[in-house]
Design a protein around this ligand. Sequence first.
Ligand SMILES: [Zn+2]
Length: 289
Amino acid sequence: MLKKTGNYETTYVEGEEIPSIRYHIFQSISFVRDGFSTRMGGISEGSFATLNFSVKMGDTRERVQENFRRYILAHGFQNPVMADQVHGIRVKRVYKEDAGKNVFIPKDDSGMDGLVTNEPGITLITTFADCVPLYFVDEEHRAIGLSHAGWRGTLAGMAGETLKVMNREFGTKPEHVKAAIGPSICVNCYEVSRELAEEFADVLNCEMVYGAEKHLPEWDMNHTAYERDGKFYLNLWAANYQMMCASGIPKEQIALPDLCTCCNDTILFSHRASRGKRGNLCAFLMIEE
Ligand SMILES: [Zn+2]
């Protein structure tokens, strides 16, 4: 049973054997299919149990590829292409001929943390274990973007960069974009250094909250950094929300996450909760054919 976080409900779960987390905000858009995996429904073992989508931590390629086959088949996705992420902000446009790259065709291209396309029938994939998935759907031009933003990518402006590339490639205007911030680590689970907390408060031009209450308000999108009992915490959801707003996406068109990977570490993979012994989740986004 997933433990919901925040005072809003933005996601629902589809499928029982191989569950997929989906966003209500995309339900009204007939041409798009979204998904976010859980640990359930795969064949991997140990700390990768069971639906692991990465070979980088030592799982076998056979198991990871079988996990991809199962999830993709169960949820109606086609022609997967995955970003080979490096905590940067490079965004790449992909086409149908890129199908299979970094999923069934190992290491074709590396060094991108975001993918965009306007071609139907190709599935964009980014991979996670606490970092923040960013989904973008341009209803006007029928184009999509999917990005990975950890603290580095968030700070470097991944949200704005993805929109910039979508604008350049497809003419996307932020006011016609619906976006979602995917399941990732919540502020209560994300203790960071004082320096990093201060840097976020500075870059986003919002004051650090000192002497914060015991339960940090993950729903407060006006603050990104907190101090409590000499420890510092970062709200990556608020930071990405602010970045999306600053890029011009209307507030009511942004869905926040209501799931923390670290609070739900038996169902979702969390780097923090597992101290690095874990598999990878994936976000999926496709334009239907
Ligand atoms: Zn949490």
